[in-house]
Design a protein. Structure first.
Length: 500
């Protein structure tokens, strides 16, 4: 809506539920208003694809799913091939080994053994690089030195391996998965997770000297360096850059549905391209569920939901929890020659939240409803149904009047369209602001900070006493999207739920 909401540890690769991700390639533009251009989906695969690494401009390695197994995939100028002969295990984190044509990758064998291996192009042979270490993430500092996150007692420790001498130095520092060479230096950057506020730090592989570079925003750990020394981080649907005064500022924001949950990022050696990994769009997951329902395929329908899916009636009336209970509940709708259908009239997507306005028809009844889905790792984790019902007032007028006042920057007028007990929540139920006084002060401060702030409604669903808006907001040279569920009572807005 019209307000700014300010706001692994790894046991083994097999223990992690791998999301459905894609690898995208962009050219880096000199235009500060559109840094990343010429989007290409490199992987185009309905499964896990991640951990990109540039061999050269237009040439990428990444860990990709091929015939059900995770392989080292090489992409070059529009074509893909598996780098090495397939193995029984899965390969991850591919990188070039300095000084030759071989690459390294972490392999998780079917026996559970996890080691760092050397692979040669299209050859069957592979050699263990660090025999006793359970390497999870790493970077080559030079031809004989690896700076890594090793699994030690079920934690990730910062470890330096010298493959020439066979020595390994466990520095006993809790770290994340992002390791990179810092341009024009002998230093390696890593993410220190020893304290609640994670930090990007540098280490000299020989002297072991460690220095703090910058504190990261909460829960952010995926970074990369441009050759010019700019540090980039991935934040939801945006790339942020570190300015010269050590402040994070927007570098590029993605409006595409399929680039709303970014994780890994990597820059080409010449700084002309950026590889970006993002989860499959939440809308695609929801559509798979709709298609399975309309195809009368119960198992395909149930498979789109997470094991512990929560099913509710709006706003928070939980009907049941779990995939098995969902299957039992829906069995009666999946019968031979059944004609039940759902037609999606309007679909609104913001991040991991998808809201469908649906027309449903069956032998028993037909009607209109809204369904609010939350999606994570390619599965629906919750669905909340909103029934259509008659009300004795116009729900649209107060929201439209609020929009007019908002676009004039008039906080006092905005408050006229809220009830006295107005409350703001982050969907579904995390309190944000719970009093009219606090909300008023927030609007006042926001309009003062962003005097050119405006909102345009791009999509709207009106059902019962709910007005659900997806808005395009702009201010201070930036553009972003918001999604708000307005709940109206007696002609006033009594609650607003924001999808972050």
């Amino acid at each position: 809506m019209r307000i700014l909401l300010l706001a692994i540890t790894l046991a083994s690769f097999a223990a992690i539920a791998q999301p459905n991700t894609e690898v995208y390639l962009f050219d880096i533009s000199e235009d500060e208003n559109e840094r990343l251009i010429n989007k290409r989906n490199v992987s185009e695969n309905d499964d896990y694809d991640s951990q990109p690494y540039f061999l050269a401009k237009d040439v990428l390695l990444y860990a990709g799913t091929v015939n059900g197994n995770t392989e080292i995939v090489q992409y070059g100028r529009g074509t893909k091939k598996v780098f090495n002969a397939p193995t029984a295990g899965g390969e991850y984190s591919p990188q070039a080994i300095p000084g030759g044509r071989s690459i390294s990758a972490v392999r998780l064998d079917t026996t559970g053994l996890q080691r760092l291996y050397e692979y040669k192009p299209r050859k069957d042979e592979s050699n263990v690089i660090v025999p006793e270490a359970v390497v999870a993430y790493y970077v080559w500092a030079d031809e004989t030195t690896i700076v890594a996150a090793d699994i030690v007692d079920d934690e990730l420790h910062l470890v330096i391996h010298n493959i020439a001498t066979g020595e390994s130095d466990d520095l006993e520092i809790s770290v994340g998965r992002s390791f990179h060479k810092i341009p024009d230096s002998d230093l390696i950057s890593f993410v220190d997770k020893s304290e609640p506020q994670w930090k990007v730090k540098s280490i000299h592989p020989q002297t072991k000297e460690i220095k703090t570079i910058i504190t990261l925003p909460p829960d952010i750990e995926d970074i990369c360096w441009l050759p010019n020394g700019t540090l980039l981080i991935a934040v939801k649907n945006s790339i942020w850059g570190l300015s010269k005064n050590d402040k994070w500022k927007p570098y590029h924001s993605f409006l595409h549905e399929d680039l709303q949950r970014i994780s890994r990022i990597a820059a080409s050696p010449d700084g002309s391209q950026l590889a970006v990994v993002s989860e499959m769009s939440a809308a695609a997951t929801v559509q798979k569920q709709v298609d399975a329902y309309n195809a009368n395929d119960l198992e395909a329908f149930v498979a789109t939901f997470s094991e512990n899916v929560v099913v509710r009636n709006f706003p928070s009336d939980t009907m049941y929890v779990g995939r098995e209970d969902l299957r039992d509940s829906y069995k009666k709708w999946f019968v031979p020659n059944d004609s039940d259908k759902v037609e999606v009239r309007t679909r609104i997507t913001k991040g991991n939240v998808v809201i469908d306005e649906e027309l449903f028809t069956s032998k028993k009844k037909s009607g209109r409803q809204a369904a609010i889905y939350e999606v994570s790792n390619g599965e629906i984790t919750s669905v909340t149904f909103v029934a259509d019902r008659k009300i004795n007032f116009d729900p649209i007028a107060p929201v439209e009047n609020l929009l007019t006042a908002y676009n004039k920057g008039n906080a006092a007028r905005v408050m006229q369209y809220f009830s006295d007990d107005i409350q703001f929540f982050s969907y579904p139920d995390r309190p944000v602001m719970l009093s009219k006084e606090v909300i008023y002060k927030s609007y006042e401060g926001m309009f003062k900070e962003l005097p050119d702030l405006t909102s345009i409604i791009e999509q709207r669903i009106v059902i019962g006493n709910l007005v659900i808006d997806k808005e395009k907001l702009s201010g201070d040279g930036s553009t972003w999207y918001g999604l708000a569920i307005h709940v109206l009572t007696d002609g006033k807005i009594s609650k607003v739920l924001f999808a972050e």
